[in-house]
Design a protein around this ligand. Structure first.
Ligand code: SF4
Length: 146
């Protein structure tokens, strides 16, 4: 498991911070990274760090596993792989594929859940996600034509 998280450049806002944190977790690969190291590297307190990675977990982008590290409880953070694929086709989610996603700056992130079907905020019902997916795929389509 990686304990070294590269020193990130200072994020301009919460959305950029979330993207950088997610990227650091992606770079941790299959072994994951420790939440305490991540917080240290980004100079964020444990409460803010926990909230931030909790939101990534709620969006099913990462998984968290409680683990004892240097005598203290923390979490091992691992990027989620796409399920329902054969093992040889399973790859970590790439940062490019979530770049500009509205979830990183969403004010309703704390209410959004893939599991709570009663929640009014969920990726499956979200118009912002839909708009982003459509505009992103149009952009990728026009890039491929060039
Ligand atoms: S409400 Fe939509 S944009 Fe906001 S976190 Fe949920 S899925 Fe993302």
């Amino acid at each position: 498991m990686s304990t070294d998280v590269s020193k990130p450049k200072a994020p301009k806002n919460k959305s950029e911070l979330a993207e950088q944190v997610f990227q650091a977790i992606v770079e941790g690969g299959d072994n994951g990274i420790f939440q305490t190291e991540l917080c240290k590297s980004f100079s964020i307190d444990s409460r803010d760090g926990s909230r931030l990675v909790g939101n990534l977990e709620k969006q099913s982008l990462i998984s968290r596993e409680k683990i004892l590290y240097k005598g203290r409880w923390t979490y091992k953070l691992i990027v989620k792989k796409i399920p329902h694929l054969k093992d040889e086709d399973k790859k970590p989610i790439e940062i490019d594929s979530v770049e500009g996603a509205p979830c990183f700056s969403c004010s309703y992130q704390h209410l959004c859940s893939t599991e709570d079907e009663t929640s009014q905020y969920s990726p499956s019902k979200c118009v912002w996600i839909e708009q982003w997916v459509v505009s992103d795929s149009q952009k990728r389509g026009s890039d491929e034509i060039k």
